[in-house]
Structures are given as structure tokens and as C-alpha cells.
Design a binder for this molecule. Sequence first.
Ligand SMILES: [Ca+2]
Length: 311
Amino acid sequence: MYKHRVILSTDIGSDVDDALALWYCIKHPQIKLEAVVTVYGKVNLRAKIAQRMLDLAGYDAKVAPGFSYTRTKGKEIWHTGVEGYGILSKEEIEKSEKDATDIAVGVGILYKEILENPKEIDLISIGPLTNIAAHVHTKVIENIKHLYLMGGAIKYPHELNENNLYEHHPLPEPEHNIRCDPDAARDVFDSSLPITLVPLDITRKVLLDEADINLMRARNTELSNAVVSMLDYWLDYRSQQERKKITSTALNDPLAVGVMLNPDIVKMKKAKIKVDTEGRTLVESKEGNVNVCYDVNVQAFKEDFLSKVLR
Ligand SMILES: [Ca+2]
């Protein structure tokens, strides 16, 4: 029996970790996925990828594109160029890119689902926060049960620990999901929404390595083969970028799902988070609406993740 009704807001298709997070949601018996709403750039293509994964799993949930553009003006959208590779045909990719992209049907689905099910639905955000920021001045915000948010960095690339969490130095680097739309992130953090923040500081510690990928390869279902194929394209892309062979990848986005399912796998402290113009997430005070995760039990998380997706 499921324990969590979930809406996922995702930029699936670029970093493969969104597909891994969606796979985890699909396969976890405690999750009932109500809707997948895409965000950032090629939202139609991203929605096609999510829909295909659900179809391969025989899983019924709503899928729709959210905002393609960011709330912050003048931001270039980052794509890898391999979005859809490994799961969609070349024709499907080209066609979905030609579709109009600013309809944002998914934003309406988010609105309707939350208001029809007040305080029943957990929202998991694993992309820029544009879709969620659209609702900060509506009743939606007070009716979301909880927001689990992969994003931000508290000290990264410096080590984060219990003792330096509230210190103002060293400053972190801006993390992708926040940096891509700082205005949206600021609106969400400044709202009254209860948030659990799963920052880069801990997600980078959870690696899917070659042995794990080989287990996935051996699983050999239509869905696992599609995910592994996307994973291979992502590792090739990363290898080209880094000019060396990359064989592992961080489970950033799946960890946000994992923290919702098993909060005991992390250590957290309360905080108020301020977002600066560069997209840094800065701890402003010890009181606030955000649980910041600062430590993770890597083995406990990976055991649950792998056992569920390989089920
Ligand atoms: Ca993502």
C-alpha cells in the first residue's frame, strides 16, 4: 500500500538522474505517482521521455509540459543535445521539438491536483523551480503537503558538516537547479512552504558506479534497457566534456525521492534560506521553513534505490 501521493517536477532528459528518479518512483510500492510535470527548455521532449518510461512500465499517471522559459530574465537554457536519445526515435525527438513549448499545461495540472487534494500530495522538485514559483501567491502553496527539493549547495565544493552549516564562510558555488532560475527559487524559499532541501553537498556523495550499472544492464526489461541506454548516452556526453572516460554518475535526483521515503537516511537541521542573484543558497538563520540535509547514509540509500528499481 502506498504512503505517498507524489507530483514530480522534472527537467528529465539532460542529466540522466531525473530518469533514475522517475524509475525509482515508478517501482517503489510506497509511492503513488499522480503526475509528472516537466520544466526548463525542451519541455515537450522531456514530457515525451517521461511518458515513454511510464508506458514501458505500464504505469498510469498524468504527464504534461510545464514552463519552458525561466522566471529570471536573460538566462540561456542549457541542453546536452542528447535529450531523448536511447528512449525515443530520431523522428519522435524532432517532432516534439517542433511542438509549441509555452503552453504549460502541466502547471495547470499541478494547480488542479493540489487544490483537489489539499495537504495530500508531496511535491518532488528535481529541476529549476519555475513551475512551483508560479503558484507562490495562490492557495496551492498552503495545500502542498511537503516539498522535497534537490538543489542548492550549502558549502560545496567545500565540506559541509554539522558545525559549519550556519557559518557564512566558505561560500558555496551556485548549483544548477537554482542557478538556472534564481528568481523562481527565491520565491519558493521565501514562501511558507515546508521544504526539505537535499543539496549537492550530499547528493554528490551518492554515486551510481560501474558495478551498479552492470546490475541494471543485466536486469533486461524494456524499461531498464531504456534507462540504461539513456545512461550510456549521458556517460558518453560527460566523457566528451571531461575529455576522459566517465563511468559513474551522481544519484542527485533519486536522493530527493529517497529522503521523502526514508528521512532516517539523512541528518537535517532547520534553516531559513536566502537565494542570491548568482543562485547561491545561503543559510540566513537557524529558524525557518527549510530542513537542510547535511549528512547522508550512502549505503542505506543505495540499497533501497537499487533493490526497488531492480525489482
Ligand atoms: Ca534534474
